[in-house]
Design a protein around this ligand. Structure first.
Ligand SMILES: Nc1nc2c(ncn2[C@@H]2O[C@H](COP(=O)(O)OP(=O)(O)O)[C@@H](O)[C@H]2O)c(=O)[nH]1
Ligand SMILES: [Mg+2]
Length: 346
C-alpha cells in the first residue's frame, strides 16, 4: 500500500503516550483515545499496529436499551461489583442520539461519582465523536486501546438504534438489553434486531409497578422465538446466539444495586457458554470481518482516485468506452477494472 502514501510512523508523542499507557497511566489512555477520535483512521492505524499484541484479553459487555431505561445507573452498579472483585473496568458511553453530549456526559459522570476516583475505573463518552471513519469504527479502535490498557471488562453503553451499534453488540462477548416496566407497550417495544443481540434481558426499575408483567412478556416472547427453527435459513434472529442459550430475564434495581450480583453470575455463565459452544470464536470472526471491511472501505474510498489514475493501464480501459460498443459502457468497464483489482489484491 506504499503508493497510497499512508504513514506508518508513530510520532514521538504517540509513542510516549503508549509507553505511559502500558505503565497504567489513565490520562495517557484518555489522550490516546482523543487522538483516535480526532485523527481518525490515519492516526488509529499507527496506534493499533503498535498495541495490537497487547489486546485480546478484555471481556466486552454491551449494554443497550431505550433512553431513560437506566443503562448508566446500572452500568455504575455493574462496574462497582467488578471493581469490588478487583477487576480493572473501562466504560465507553456511545450515544449518537445525544449530539450535545456535554450535559449527558456530565449527568453520567455525576451519577458515576461513587466510582469516579477509583484508579481501576476508566470512563469515556464517545457521543458525537469519530466523524472520520464514523463512530462505529472509532468505537472499535477505542475498544482496542482499552483492551491494550489492560481492562478486564469493557462496558459499552449505547442506545442500540443503528446497524453499526448493533454490529458492536454482535461482537461483544455478552450483551444486556434493558427493558424496564412502563416504557413502550411490551412486546411491541422490542424492535427488530434486538432479539438478535440479546444475551440477557434486564428488567431494570424492579421497584416500579409492572416489573413482573414485563418479565412475563419477555418470557412469552422467548417461548415463541424458541419455537422458530434456529437452523432455518429464514431465521435471522439467532444467528450469533446459537442453540443452547435462552436469554435469562432478570430484574434489577439500578438505584440500590439489588440483584446486580445475580446479573454478574449470569454474565459469567454466558461467558462460559460462548467458550464451550464455540460462539466466542464465531463472534470474533464476525467482529474482525466488520472491522476489516470498515478499514478497507475507509482507505479504498479515500484513495480510489489515486489507485485508478496512477494505474498505467487506465487509459486503455477508458479508450474502450469511446468505441460506444455494447460491453464497453462505463459500467462494464468498471466491472473489468474491479476484476483486475480483485485479482491483483486477492
Ligand atoms: N425507580 C428507579 N429508577 C431508576 C432505576 N435505575 C435508574 N433509575 C433512574 O432512571 C433515570 C434514567 O437513568 P439513566 O441511567 O440515566 O438511564 P439511561 O438513559 O438508560 O442511561 C434516572 O433518573 C435514574 O435515577 C431503578 O432501578 N429504579
Ligand atoms: Mg445513559
Amino acid at each position: 500500500m506504499n503508493n497510497l502514501e499512508l504513514t506508518t510512523e508513530l510520532t514521538t508523542e504517540l509513542r510516549n503516550l503508549i509507553d505511559q499507557m502500558k505503565a497504567g497511566n489513565r490520562r495517557a489512555v484518555a489522550r490516546l483515545i482523543t487522538h483516535v477520535e480526532n485523527g481518525g483512521p490515519e492516526t488509529a492505524r499507527n496506534i493499533i499496529k503498535e498495541i495490537y499484541p497487547l489486546t485480546g484479553k478484555a471481556y466486552i459487555l454491551g449494554i443497550t436499551g431505550a433512553p431513560g431505561s437506566g443503562k448508566s445507573t446500572l452500568t455504575n452498579q455493574i462496574a462497582s461489583e467488578y471493581l469490588k472483585a478487583g477487576k480493572k473496568v473501562s466504560i465507553i458511553a456511545v450515544d449518537p442520539t445525544s449530539p450535545f453530549s456535554g450535559g449527558a456526559l456530565l449527568g453520567d459522570r455525576i451519577r458515576m461519582k461513587p466510582n469516579f476516583t477509583n484508579k481501576n475505573l476508566f470512563i469515556r463518552s464517545m457521543a458525537n465523536r469519530g466523524k472520520l471513519g464514523g463512530l462505529a469504527m472509532a468505537t472499535k479502535d477505542v475498544l482496542h486501546v482499552l483492551d491494550a490498557y489492560g481492562s478486564d471488562i469493557i462496558i459499552v453503553e449505547t442506545v442500540g438504534v443503528g446497524q453499526s451499534e448493533i454490529d458492536i453488540f454482535k461482537s461483544a462477548h455478552t450483551t444486556l438489553v434493558i427493558m424496564p416496566p412502563g416504557m413502550g407497550d411490551g412486546i411491541q417495544a422490542i424492535k427488530a434486531g434486538i432479539m438478535e443481540i440479546t444475551d440477557i434481558f434486564v428488567v431494570n426499575k424492579m421497584d416500579r409497578e409492572g416489573a413482573d408483567r414485563r418479565v412475563n412478556e419477555l418470557q412469552t416472547m422467548l417461548d415463541i422465538s424458541e419455537k422458530i427453527d434456529v437452523d432455518s435459513p429464514n431465521n435471522s434472529i439467532r444467528v450469533l446466539r446459537s442453540k443452547g442459550w435462552r436469554p435469562p430475564v432478570l430484574k434489577t434495581n439500578g438505584l440500590t444495586g439489588e440483584n446486580v450480583p445475580i446479573l454478574l453470575d449470569q454474565i459469567k455463565k454466558h461467558g462460559d457458554f460462548i467458550i464451550t459452544s464455540g460462539l466466542k470464536k464465531q463472534r470474533l470472526i464476525f467482529r474482525y470481518k466488520h472491522y476489516v471491511v470498515d478499514i478497507l472501505k475507509y482507505f479504498l474510498l479515500k484513495n480510489i482516485e489515486k489507485i485508478v489514475f496512477s494505474n498505467p493501464k487506465i487509459n486503455e480501459f477508458i479508450e474502450k468506452i469511446l468505441s460506444y460498443e455494447k460491453g464497453n459502457d462505463p459500467y462494464s468497464i468498471s466491472d473489468a477494472i474491479m476484476e483486475v483489482f480483485l485479482n491483483r489484491y486477492f
